[in-house]
Ligand binder design. Structure first.
Ligand code: CP
Length: 307
């Protein structure tokens, strides 16, 4: 049976092309499973998974929990708020206490870039990064690729524009690595202050005009302005951002070829996307959410084979 080259999923940077294909093909099989009347398989019946979230989440957390339950794993959920982290317990002590309860895998979201990498070198359990600060969000990129492939087929040669707050986005970096490994061309587009200088070294196009980006791409993956991570002002006002970078349905309708509109959520309606764009036939935003369960089932299933 084919296996992943890694026992943790820390980032798409570490995945091989073959790993990505294996995850996406396995997810296709799990998507069939979750569309059946009986949505559950016994694959992880002997596995216990802890979802350890130090940051807020709606989609990722629920999607992992559902994926684990669909695979018949035992699941426990931990939130930093209301836990003994508030009394000063360290990350490693917290996780080691969870592992003492015979937990096999840790799915972790943390605000510090590198936190899952730190853990993975210190604990015996498999670690899945569910988003580490502004660094990586590998399962989001994998479900994004899965959703793009459903619409466009093979991604080799396809053009993907990632538009918005690139500086504070973990989705951008994970998507860049994941898409480039599949042969797609990537552009990042946003105000200069929201595109980090290191983007120049990643082999992506850099743009500042949203209309040009939309005219160039097959897929527009639009990101939220992450005000909660911005300690200084990167642009004058949300109103001004929306004026220059906001995408409306009319802008999508006026393109001379089809475009696929994506967003990892949560959407700030009226800022990066108008409601009529987010809810338009161009949008596959809710397909992304649906596909997240199948993709996370695939990741957990394949990592469990590495135990
Ligand atoms: N896409 C995403 O990570 O959403 P949540 O923050 O709600 O998990």
């Amino acid at each position: 049976m084919p296996q992943l080259s890694t026992r943790h999923l820390l980032g798409t940077k570490d995945l091989t092309e073959t790993d990505i294909q294996l995850i996406l093909e396995t997810a296709t099989q799990f998507k069939d499973v979750i569309n059946r009347p009986i949505k559950k398989v016994p694959s992880l019946r002997d596995v216990t998974i802890a979802n350890v979230f130090f940051e807020n989440s709606t989609r990722t957390r629920l999607s992992f929990e559902l994926a684990e339950k669909r695979l018949s794993a035992d699941v426990i959920n931990f939130s930093a708020s209301g836990s003994s982290v508030k009394k000063g317990e360290t990350l490693l002590d917290t996780v080691n206490n969870i592992l003492a309860m015979k937990v096999d895998m840790i799915v972790m979201r943390h605000s510090s870039p590198g936190a899952p990498h730190y853990l993975s070198s210190r604990i015996p359990a498999n670690v899945v990064n569910a988003g580490d600060g502004t660094h990586e969000h590998p399962t989001q990129a994998l479900l994004d690729s899965f959703s793009m492939r459903e619409k466009l087929g093979d991604l080799a040669g396809k053009r993907v524009a990632i538009i918005g707050d690139i500086t504070h986005s973990r989705v951008a970096l994970s998507n860049i690595f994941c898409l480039q490994k599949q042969g797609a061309e990537v552009m990042v587009c946003g105000p200069t202050t929201l595109i980090p200088k290191y983007m120049n070294s990643l082999g992506v196009r850099i743009g500042h005009d949203v209309r040009e980006a939309l005219a160039w791409c097959d897929v527009a993956n639009v990101l939220r302005i992450q005000l909660e991570r911005q300690q200084i002002k990167y642009f004058p006002s949300l109103r001004e951002y929306s004026l220059y970078y906001g995408i409306s349905r009319q802008m999508l309708d006026e393109l001379d070829r089809p475009i696929v509109l994506m967003h990892p959520g949560p959407i700030n309606r009226g800022v990066e996307l108008t409601s009529d764009a987010a809810d338009s036939p161009h949008s596959i935003i809710l397909d992304q959410v649906q596909n997240g369960v199948a993709v996370r089932m695939a990741v957990l299933y394949l990592l469990a084979q590495e135990r």
